[in-house]
Write a protein that binds this ligand. Structure first.
Ligand code: PBG
Length: 325
C-alpha cells in the first residue's frame, strides 16, 4: 500500500531541510569557558581535554580576543592557583591579586563591554581539599560559613570586572546572599548566572585535571542526585525567587530532560553547560575515528538548544562560532 502522508518529502534536499529546520545555533548563543593559571610561563595542555589549555595571562588575552572576534556570546573564566597557594578556606578566591581576579581584570581592560565576562564563583579551585566550600570540624561542607566566602569572592569578582557571576557550589541561599551583597555595595548591574540545577556527575572528571584539583571524597552532599527530576525545578524556583538573572543546568547532554523542564518554567534565559567529560568523550571517539567529530559537535549543541537552552557553555565555542559566521 502506498502511503498518502510522506514526511520524507520535507527531507528531500538540503534546501528543503534548511527551510524547515526549527532550531539553529547562533555564535552569540555560545559561551567559552577558559582556564587561567598562576605561575606558568607557557600555556599548559590539559591531557584529558586535547585542544584545551590552562592559559597564561598573555595567552588568555589572545584566546579571548579570538573568541570575541568569532562572535561568541561571552567568556566564563576559571582560575588555577599554584598548589602552594591553596588553603582550607580558598583564600585565593577573594584576594584581588588571586589569579582569577587578575584574569578578570586584564580581560575587562582589553574587552570592556564588547563581550559578557563571567566568572565561576566557587571555592573548589582554591581550596586544598578541593570542596566547593569550607569544611566544619566533622569534615562536612558548612553551608552558611561558605556563603560568607561566596559573598566576599563575588564582590572581588564584580570589582575585577565580571558582568555575570556564576555561583556553582550548590549552597542553599547562595543567590540571595550574593545579590544582597552586590546591591549593598552599589553593584546593581552585576548579574547572576546561577548554576541552579547542578548534578553530581562523573562527567566532571577531566575538569579536575583542568583546574589541578585533588578532591577528597565527592560532592554528593551538595550537588544533585542524577536520579532526581523535580528537585531541579525546586532549585530553579528558589534561584528565580532569590534574583537569578539566568539559570543554568549542568551537565547538558545527560540532562536534556531537565533542560526542557527548566525551559518550560523559567521566565529568565536558560543556559546549559556542555562540560569537560562531554568534550572529552566526543574528542576521544573522534580521535579513534569512531565518530565524525564536526558532525557530533554540531549535533550535540543543536540538541541542547532544541531541549530549550538559549545559552550554551562549550569548550568548542570559538571554533563553532567561527564556522557559523
Ligand atoms: C565548580 C565547577 C565545576 C565545573 C564548573 N564549575 C566542577 C565541579 O562542580 O565538580 C565543571 C565544568 C566541567 O566539567 O567542564 N567550580
Amino acid at each position: 500500500m502506498a502511503p498518502v502522508i510522506r514526511p520524507r518529502r520535507l527531507r528531500t534536499t538540503p534546501a528543503m531541510r534548511r527551510l524547515v529546520a526549527q532550531n539553529a545555533l547562533r555564535p552569540a548563543d555560545l559561551v567559552l569557558p577558559m582556564f587561567v593559571a598562576d605561575g606558568i610561563d607557557d600555556p599548559r595542555p590539559i591531557g584529558s581535554m586535547p585542544g584545551v589549555v590552562q592559559h597564561t595571562l598573555d595567552s588568555l588575552r589572545k584566546a579571548a580576543d579570538e573568541a570575541v572576534r568569532a562572535g561568541v556570546g561571552g567568556l566564563m573564566l576559571f582560575g588555577v592557583p599554584k598548589a602552594e597557594d591553596k588553603d582550607a578556606i580558598g583564600s585565593g578566591a577573594d584576594d584581588p591579586d588571586g589569579i582569577l581576579n587578575r584574569g578578570l581584570r586584564v580581560l575587562a581592560d582589553d574587552l570592556g563591554d564588547s563581550t559578557v565576562l563571567m566568572a565561576d564563583t566557587c571555592l573548589d579551585e582554591f581550596t586544598d581539599h578541593g570542596h566547593c566550600g569550607v569544611l566544619s570540624d566533622d569534615g562536612r561542607v558548612d553551608n552558611d560559613a561558605t556563603l560568607e566566602r561566596y559573598v566576599s569572592m563575588s564582590l572581588a569578582q564584580a570589582r575585577a570586572g565580571a558582568h555575570l557571576l556564576g555561583p556553582s557550589g550548590m549552597m542553599d541561599g547562595q543567590v540571595a546572599e550574593i545579590r544582597a551583597a552586590l546591591d549593598a555595595e552599589g553593584l546593581t548591574d552585576t548579574g547572576i548566572l546561577a548554576y541552579s540545577a547542578k548534578y553530581a556527575s562523573a562527567f566532571y572528571g577531566p575538569f579536575r585535571e583542568a583546574v589541578g584539583s585533588s578532591l577528597q571524597g565527592d560532592r554528593r552532599t551538595y550537588q544533585q542526585d542524577s536520579a532526581n527530576r523535580t528537585e531541579a525545578l525546586r532549585e530553579v524556583h528558589l534561584d528565580l525567587d532569590e534574583g537569578a538573572d539566568i539559570v543554568m543546568v549542568k551537565p547538558a547532554m545527560s540532562y536534556l530532560d531537565i533542560v526542557r523542564d527548566v525551559a518550560e518554567i523559567s521566565d529568565v534565559p536558560v543556559a546549559a553547560y556542555q562540560i569537560s567529560g562531554e568534550y572529552s568523550m566526543i574528542t576521544a571517539a573522534a580521535e579513534r575515528g569512531w565518530i565524525d567529530r564536526d558532525a557530533a559537535i554540531l549535533e550535540s549543541l543543536t540538541s541542547i538548544k532544541r531541549a530549550g537552552a538559549s545559552i550554551i557553555l562549550t569548550y568548542w565555542a570559538t571554533e563553532v562560532a567561527a564556522k557559523l559566521a
